[in-house]
Design a binder for this molecule. Structure first.
Ligand SMILES: CC(C)(COP(=O)(O)OP(=O)(O)OC[C@H]1O[C@@H](n2cnc3c(N)ncnc32)[C@H](O)[C@@H]1OP(=O)(O)O)[C@@H](O)C(=O)NCCC(=O)NCCS
Length: 152
């Protein structure tokens, strides 16, 4: 059976989506360790997002198993009253490299365009060059760089 893109359902999808976050955060924030307290906070934010009309949660489902996640929001920025923001995009490791990340980004475009926004944004870590390459391929450009200097 093919991958099915569908709306997130709290009871059915909460646990697999929370399980994705260890890989997600530890990959993108080297040195960070996901703790039970972090996951509790994440679960609270997820629950709240699930009830809001300016946020949307979706999953990819393969044979009844959740293998991808997408969290979208409409946000205001310094220069734009409303842009589409990708808060979380994830494809489970065995399913990567088959175009599902690209598919999730297309679904994000469709959700944002339906709501009349003219721009989409996301943030990425420089350690995650594979994700950055994917974003560039579908049209994202770097507009701001966060810099860091280490003292030891
Ligand atoms: C980033 C992520 C969502 C991409 O998902 P994916 O399903 O592997 O992406 P796709 O299969 O659509 O790949 C799209 C592009 O990414 C690159 N890519 C993906 N997997 C690759 C691999 N194994 N080797 C080399 N390039 C790869 C290719 O450039 C590919 O381009 P193409 O479509 O022209 O071939 C996935 O790697 C992921 O979930 N990573 C962990 C979570 C994460 O870091 N999310 C992003 C936070 S900013």
């Amino acid at each position: 059976m093919d991958h099915v893109f569908r709306e997130f359902e709290w009871r059915r999808d909460k646990n697999p989506v929370l399980e994705f976050q260890k890989d997600m955060y530890e990959l993108n924030f080297p040195g960070f360790r996901v703790t039970p307290a972090f996951l509790q906070g994440f679960a609270r934010e997820l629950r709240e997002a699930d009830r809001r009309s300016d946020e949307a949660l979706f999953v990819l489902d393969k044979d009844g198993q959740v293998c991808g996640f997408l969290w979208l929001a409409l946000i205001g920025t310094m220069t734009d009253p409303c842009v589409g923001f990708i808060k979380n995009i994830y494809v489970a490791p065995p399913e990567r490299g088959q175009g599902l990340g690209r598919l999730l980004l297309e679904k994000a475009d469709a959700w944002f365009l339906d709501r009349g926004v003219r721009k989409a944004q996301l943030t990425a870590s420089t350690v995650n060059q594979l994700a950055i390459e994917l974003y560039e391929k579908v049209g994202y450009e770097t507009i701001r760089v966060r810099m860091e200097k280490s003292y030891w």
